[in-house]
Write a protein that binds this ligand. Structure first.
Ligand SMILES: Cc1cc2nc3c(=O)[nH]c(=O)nc-3n(C[C@H](O)[C@H](O)[C@H](O)COP(=O)(O)OP(=O)(O)OC[C@H]3O[C@@H](n4cnc5c(N)ncnc54)[C@H](O)[C@@H]3O)c2cc1C
Length: 419
């Protein structure tokens, strides 16, 4: 059997599809193999920050993404009583060259998939091929698949990149004793509902606190003008400390009674949070999980990318963004060094430590640390003023240090653009 392309991409999620587009842009041939027989617009909201929209913009996708999403204008932090703690501009209003998109994961995946099919051809994405393992020899990578009827297939390429998400088959092959994803002690209930615009109409809200007996909400609009009343599709995530993790199924259904009591009195003058939750149908549930950073992703002609390489708790809106940045870096290293182990090792060198730091910072010092700090200093009570509780310098330093670690300061991205 001969090689069918330069790069075999495993998984047609956010990272795999972006990689296919970036490779095509660099003149490198690839084919994407995806486990599910049909790609449906699954999930709810996701944020794509400027380090990732910079990559997607270069791939010519930001116009389409802009039509399918909300360009986020600001991030705002509130306590569980609805009192504003801190707000800062986001995306273009914050001085970035490219926007921050709040978007339905299904819309993001559809924009990427359509572009892959338009540019690489209708057969560039092969569905119903679940990767079961892979091997590497001196000159090729061999990947094994099974379909939903239990037929098996083999494909060969110069290298194979596992973009197969949280339950990656190749990660398990490389690290068989790693164990299950690590539960953070927090479960998440997620939903999206047609609702009136609130605050700026493009605000990403974090409210409450992740402490026992209280809960945290993340709320932001992801589509504009979804009906004749000018409502938006508003995405929300309710997070609560819980001893047992929910089932790790992205499409797992959640029950209102399991989390609503923590938010039942959240009727703020700027948003009726409780009313919004009650109006939502099709609530999903997922545990907040990650994995310890790995020492390496590359083994011969095989490597990992995105959640397969560095699953992280979604407290910094960086899961999709880091997968997109991985795809950009890997395609550049291939273009510079050729499609082979040398480029894979250069990619490892640039991304393993950088993303490991993001995983650990999402655990220990994500942007919503602001909420914990204020909750502790006020004992969870309303405040009449923030004076003596926290000042602007401390607030700014929390979000600024997160941006530094995650690689999306305005200055850092401008410098990267000049290189
Ligand atoms: C169905 C689904 C819904 C999600 N919903 C949300 C959400 O609402 N909010 C959020 O923040 N994040 C969500 N995520 C996760 C988010 O997409 C990722 O954290 C992030 O975008 C990183 O992308 P990724 O490409 O590494 O992984 P993913 O986007 O998870 O993509 C992985 C892809 O690999 C495929 N795959 C898995 N195993 C195999 C295999 N053995 N062989 C071949 N293909 C395989 C999967 O079907 C999927 O298409 C969801 C992921 C999935 C799969």
């Amino acid at each position: 059997m001969s090689k069918e392309c330069d790069v075999l991409v495993i998984g047609a999620g956010i990272g795999g599809l972006t990689l296919a587009l970036a490779l095509h842009d660099a003149g490198i041939s690839c084919r994407v193999y995806e486990a599910v027989p049909e790609l449906r617009p699954l999930g709810v909201g996701i944020n794509v920050l400027p380090h990732a929209t910079r990559v997607l913009g270069r791939l010519g996708l930001n116009e389409r993404l802009g039509e399918a999403s909300i360009a986020t204008k600001e991030a705002a932090f509130f306590n569980r009583h609805g009192q504003l703690i801190y707000r800062e501009p986001a995306g273009i209003p914050a001085g970035y060259a490219t926007p921050q998109f709040s978007i339905h994961r299904g819309d993001l995946q559809s924009v990427l998939l359509d572009a892959v099919r338009e540019r690489l051809g209708a057969h560039a994405v092969v569905l119903d091929h679940k990767c079961t393992g892979a091997s590497s020899s001196d000159d090729e990578a061999t990947v094994h698949f099974v379909d939903s009827k239990e037929n098996t297939y083999t494909a060969k390429a110069s290298v194979a990149v596992a973009c197969d998400g949280l339950h990656s088959a190749l990660r398990k092959q490389f690290y068989p004793n790693e164990g299950m994803p690590r539960y953070s002690g927090v479960n998440m209930w997620r939903g999206a509902v047609h609702w009136k615009p609130f605050l700026s109409g493009a605000t990403m809200v974090r409210a409450g606190a992740l402490v026992p007996g209280v809960g945290k909400m993340v709320i932001y609009p992801i589509r504009d003008n979804v009906d004749a009343q000018g409502r938006q599709l508003v995405n929300w995530v309710a997070e609560i400390n819980a001893p047992q993790p929910a089932r790790r199924d992205w499409n797992g259904a959640g029950r209102l009674e399991d989390f609503f009591p923590a938010f039942a009195d959240w009727h703020f003058d700027w948003l009726d949070v409780a009313g919004m939750i009650e109006a939502t149908s099709g609530i999903l549930q997922f545990p907040m999980v990650d994995q310890d950073p790995l020492p390496r992703w590359t083994f011969g002609r095989l490597t990992l990318l995105g959640d397969a390489a560095h699953p992280m708790v979604p407290r910094g809106s960086n899961g999709a963004g880091q997968a997109i940045v991985d795809a950009d870096v890997l395609s550049r290293r291939f273009a510079e060094l050729g499609v082979g182990p040398q480029a894979l090792l250069a990619y490892d060198k640039e991304r393993v430590k950088a993303t490991g730091d993001v995983v650990l910072t999402n655990r220990n010092a994500p942007p919503d640390k602001i909420l914990q700090v204020v909750h502790e200093r006020t004992n969870g009570q309303p405040f009449s003023s923030l004076a003596g509780i926290i000042d602007d310098a401390e607030l700014q330093s929390i979000t600024a240090s997160y941006k530094q670690v995650a690689g999306y300061t305005v200055a850092g991205l401008e410098a990267a653009e000049r290189m």
